[in-house]
Every structure is written in structure tokens, then in C-alpha cells.
Design a protein around this ligand. Sequence first.
Ligand code: KIV
Length: 271
Amino acid sequence: MSVHKPVKKITTHVLLAMKQRQEKISMLTAYDYSMARILDAAGIDILLVGDSASNVMAGHETTLPITLDHMIYHAQSVVRAIDRAFVVVDLPFGSYQGNSKEALASTIRIMKESGAHAVKMEGGVEIKESITRILSAGVPVMGHLGLTPQSIYKFGTYTVRAKEEEEAAQLLSDAKLLEELGCFAIILEKIPAKLGKQVAELVSIPVIGIGAGADVDGQVLVTHDMMGITKDFQPRFLRRYLELFDEMKEATKRYINDVKMGEFPNDKEQY
Ligand code: KIV
């Protein structure tokens, strides 16, 4: 049974209409062709080529080392795989914070070289000029507030953000600003559920949460966490739908054993 209205391709207009008719938006990360093909075939609404590729694909501790070239490579692989999903690409650390000209140049490279549909940027009022410049070039922008991993060394930890009144007020004001500037959606990461609900009610654009509670317009998870490919990451907001690390490890052990015992290939598996 399908849980969403059959639409050919997801666009920013479709996403806005989903919010208006209170249909929840589903979003997952993807960094490569094969995974994106599966997620798109399953009917995911948005695929995020996240800079979490820095952790998940490259094994870095933070999202800071990934480059614009790396992001474009991942985005190209994902775009080749999709028929229906809307593809958003993270502007990586260092590709937009300098000035708005640099932000636009990075965005143009992503859009031209990958064929993706939108970019995502971490921050509020401090990146206002860059957002405005990118939007004026006709590129949809998704905002990202709350825990913004590119600023991890400023925060010092990955704990829940905006628990205090002052930070919560700043987040609400940033969310309103992102809407006024013309962003098509906002990601809220790791904030109290009550604040997530407040933001979703405050703005008319879709608000997608990761650890922001149930009362937002959609949810996003890192696919490798949700499938259980990563093992050590256990935040409260994460629901694992598979334990692929263990299943793939077992399959690999069986393969190794078959090879060692001379049981692979058998008569039917050769020419
Ligand atoms: O890079 C990423 O995967 C993200 C999600 C956590 C929203 O930004």
C-alpha cells in the first residue's frame, strides 16, 4: 500500500502542498548510486546528499574535512539514480561562510556539475547574505538550524541545542528569517520537541526534523544509521530498521568460509 499521493517528481511546490495538507515528508541521506536507487524506488520524498558523507563514507570524525569536489561526486552518483525524489546537496564547510560570492560560486558548481535540485546550508542570520544571493540565482535553499555539525568546535559537544530560552528565541527568529528570505524548507536538528512544534507552527514552509520531535512536517535520518550499517552511534532520536552491520558481517563470514573450504564456486557457478 502506498502512503503518499502518486506524483511523478517531487518539487518544492509538491513539498509545500504536503505541509498544507498535513502529509508528512520523508527524507533520508544518500551518497551513492546503488543506495539512492533503493531509496528512490521505495518512494522517499527527499534525498539529502549530506556532508555526513564525511563521517559515513570517509570515516572522518566530523563533517569539516569533506570538500566541494567530494560533495559534487556524491551528488552526481545520487542524481543518476533517481526517478522521483527531490535531491538536496549540503554546501560543505568552507564553501559558503567566506562571503556570498563564494557561496554562489559553490552552489553553481553543485547545480551545474551534479544536476541536483537544491542546496542546504547551516545557520541563520549570520549567512543571510549568502542565502539571498543563492536564492536570487534561482536555486532553492533548505536551511538547517539547531545542532549544526559544521560548528561542532564552537558548541564543543553534540548535545541537544536550544534548551535555554535565549538560544530558543534566536532559533525561532532565525527560522522566521529563513522563511522570509525565501528558503523552501528548514531542517531542525536535535532540539526539544516543544520547540520543533513551535517552529513548524510559526512558519508556512516545511520543517523537517532529526531529533526535533513528532510535531514537525517531516523526518530525516542518516540512512546508514537507520539501516544499522553504523553501529556505535546511538542517539535517542534514532530508530534502526535493520541491523545491517551484523547481517553483512555474518554473510561475509559465510563467504570467507565457503572460499576457504573450496565450496564456492560450485559446479553451477562456473563456465
Ligand atoms: O549531513 C547530514 O546528513 C545532515 C542531516 C543530519 C540532516 O545534515
